[in-house]
Design a protein around this ligand. Structure first.
Ligand code: ZN
Length: 293
């Protein structure tokens, strides 16, 4: 599936392209980890308790799958599938610099892939489709920032702008990480307080944290995955100011790194259909919980 989704690359070059993709996974990923900016000391009770050895029973608010009762009617959700499988064919375009609120950064990146070649972009779009299906069944209006139908991107500033223009009640960017093997688990990235000219994340910092805490708690409960063992000090939460998709957002927004594609055990989950359905359900439950207040 993954090699088959490398368009316009002559067959002999596919292995080279794929190797390049893998080798640049971490460095080339906009959402590369940065433990230095983690939310140390701010473990939310829901996530902290959910990360115990018996997450399902320890959870203070066990999450059931919300009924398809139309209760999210009128709510707008923007799901941002990280990267774009076609980015690798457009290095010049995706390397162009865009404003990210406190500096400039590449328009977009290729993302990472598992060692077997399952691309992060394929993963993120698949999970985004599943989240959309679940939330639409509850009555929400769901917009994707792209559907794999663009030649590249969108750029990170446009990804944020799509959420802003939609006046989204919640926006979530879906990713999987490219960290060394042995680094395992998911983490949710929250926007840092940032005021710089027209850019001001302070109104969304609080609600984004609430959104992120709900998603992290529900992700643990539904998937059984533990929070990251390499970012966030076991809380499953990180705070960063180097992501244009968060810095430029005017609506509550978080990123989720669903697991580490370069770890064999995490990769076995990320490449599994049934696990991706659970991941999507966990994220959707978190969004739904947040929107229900
Ligand atoms: Zn990513």
């Amino acid at each position: 599936m993954s090699t088959g989704s490398l368009p316009r690359i002559p067959r002999p070059l596919r292995a080279v392209a794929l190797t390049a993709l893998l080798l640049t996974g971490l460095a080339g990923c906009d959402d590369k980890t940065d433990d230095a900016k983690s939310a140390e000391g701010k473990a939310p009770s829901a996530v902290a308790s959910a990360s115990s050895s018996t997450p399902a029973s320890a959870a203070p608010k066990p999450s059931t799958s919300p009924a398809n009762d139309g209760s999210l009617k009128g709510k707008v959700v923007v799901i941002d599938p990280g990267h774009n499988i076609h980015n690798q064919d457009h290095p010049t375009e995706i390397n162009q610099q865009v404003e990210m609120g406190n500096g400039r950064k590449e328009c977009d990146t290729t993302g990472t892939a598992t060692n077997s070649g399952y691309a992060e972009a394929t993963f993120s779009l698949d999970v985004a489709h599943r989240i959309r299906r679940i939330l639409q069944a509850q009555g929400a209006t769901v917009t994707l920032t792209h559907d794999g139908d663009r030649p590249y991107g969108p750029c990170v500033d446009e990804r944020a702008e799509i959420g802003n223009r939609a006046h989204a009640d919640a926006a979530v960017s879906v990713h999987a990480d490219g960290a060394p093997a042995g680094d395992r688990g998911f983490h949710v990235i929250l926007p840092a307080p940032l005021k710089n000219g027209q850019v001001d994340t302070t109104p969304i910092v609080g609600p984004s944290r609430a959104l992120g805490e709900r998603i992290a708690g529900d992700f643990v409960r539904v998937t059984g995955s533990a929070p990251s063992n390499y970012v966030g000090k076991g809380t499953g939460l990180d705070v960063r100011d180097d992501l244009g998709g968060l810095n430029l957002s005017k609506v509550p927004k978080v990123f989720i790194e669903c697991g580490n594609m370069r770890d064999p055990d995490d990769a076995a989950q990320l490449t599994d259909d049934a696990w991706r359905e659970k991941a999507a359900q966990g994220i959707a439950n978190g969004i739904s919980d947040f929107l229900h207040g």
